[in-house]
Design a protein around this ligand. Structure first.
Ligand SMILES: [Fe+2]
Length: 345
């Protein structure tokens, strides 16, 4: 049986590998920006992926302009029928959305209405780790039992499965493998996630920093307590009136702080784990590990995508260099020939 191994530590610590990843992976990828409700209040939002800054402008209902800030050129973007906005970061390097993601993605996303939960909070902070160090942790739940005690009480790790299909991975915390509103975890290769659990929804991105061992964590939180709103409405109806807007808004936010505290704790537990893992990688404590074929299939899968793309890019760049060298040689030789002719005549 083939032994599955992680990417070597150098892929998490070597700047040249990261520079290659920018061209091989990031410029050719799609990124989840979030549900359209993200742009309800802030109608223009700036993003940055692997050194490429983008400006997203809402231009009317379901209409967006996404441009690269360096030169103002538009980049491809895609809005799914149920309201998720994705973007590429290069005007023409990424494949079309429908080719980048598997055909099963839209039917899956269309089962959920992503316009329902309003955007409540955003958060961004630096992390001292390579982007893959965080994605490694997201793509498996072997660490959940000892790292996320509270999370494990809610979603017992006795069952946890990851299904990979091309550039998406679906995580199931429920052995029925059903699509329920609570317990939807999606990974969009290379760095975006969408997590619907504990009554709310979080979308986070592990944006690679300038240096190979740096990242920027970005979170958006969406939440609506529909049950509390229904109760307020029913009560008002009993009293023969319509519930006031402020009452509904207040009810919709009921429980948000508990939800936020819960998901922040999970995120901070992962963050601490990643900082320790990265420092071990940098100190040479760890070179390459063996992966559990069943419980770490999410890690095996996405690392395979990175490896494959980097190797293809490396080969293409090598061939290009070789070709240029040959052309330079040929030009040099003919130039030399010309010089000789000129001297002779
Ligand atoms: Fe975790």
């Amino acid at each position: 049986m083939e032994v599955l191994r992680t990417l070597p530590a150098s892929w998490f610590t070597n700047q040249n590998v990261y520079d290659m990843e920018k061209r091989a992976v990031f410029e050719k990828s799609w990124f989840l920006l979030g549900p359209v409700v993200r742009f309800a209040e802030e109608t223009s939002v700036d993003y940055e992926f692997a050194g490429i800054a983008l400006h997203v402008q809402k231009a009317g209902e379901d209409n967006f302009h996404v441009t690269r800030k360096s030169d103002g050129r538009p980049v491809p973007h895609f809005l799914t029928p149920t309201g998720l906005l994705f973007t590429a970061i290069h005007p023409d390097a990424a494949p079309i959305f429908e080719e980048y993601f598997p055909p099963s993605l839209l039917p899956l996303l269309n089962k959920h209405d992503f316009r329902k939960l309003p955007h409540r909070r955003k958060l961004s902070y630096p992390g001292g780790f390579n982007w893959k160090t965080m994605v490694d942790g997201y793509q498996e739940c072997l660490h959940c039992q000892y790292t996320h005690r509270e999370f494990s009480a809610m979603y017992p790790p006795t069952f946890y499965a990851v299904q990979n299909e091309g550039n998406i991975s679906r995580h199931f915390a429920d052995e029925r493998l059903t699509e329920v509103d609570d317990g939807l975890f999606l990974f969009f290769f290379p760095i975006c996630t969408l997590n619907r659990y504990a009554g709310g929804m979080t979308s986070f991105r592990v944006c690679p920093g300038e240096k190979v061992g740096e990242s920027r964590m970005e979170f958006d939180y969406y939440y609506l307590n529909q049950k509390a709103i229904d109760t307020v409405n029913a009560k008002a109806e009993e009293q023969g009136r319509q519930a006031a807007e402020e009452e509904i808004e207040k009810a919709g936010l009921e429980g948000f702080e508990e939800y936020y505290r819960f998901v922040r704790r999970v995120a901070m537990e992962d963050f601490e784990l990643c900082e320790v893992a990265q420092s071990n990688l940098e100190r040479g404590v760890y070179c390459q590990g063996v992966l559990n074929s069943a419980k770490e299939n999410g890690v095996t899968h996405y690392q395979g995508l990175v490896r494959e793309r980097v190797m293809v890019q490396f080969k293409a760049e090598q061939e290009e260099k070789e070709m240029k060298y040959r052309v330079d040689l040929a030009v040099g030789a003919s130039q030399h020939g010309q010089d000789v002719v000129e001297v002779m005549t």
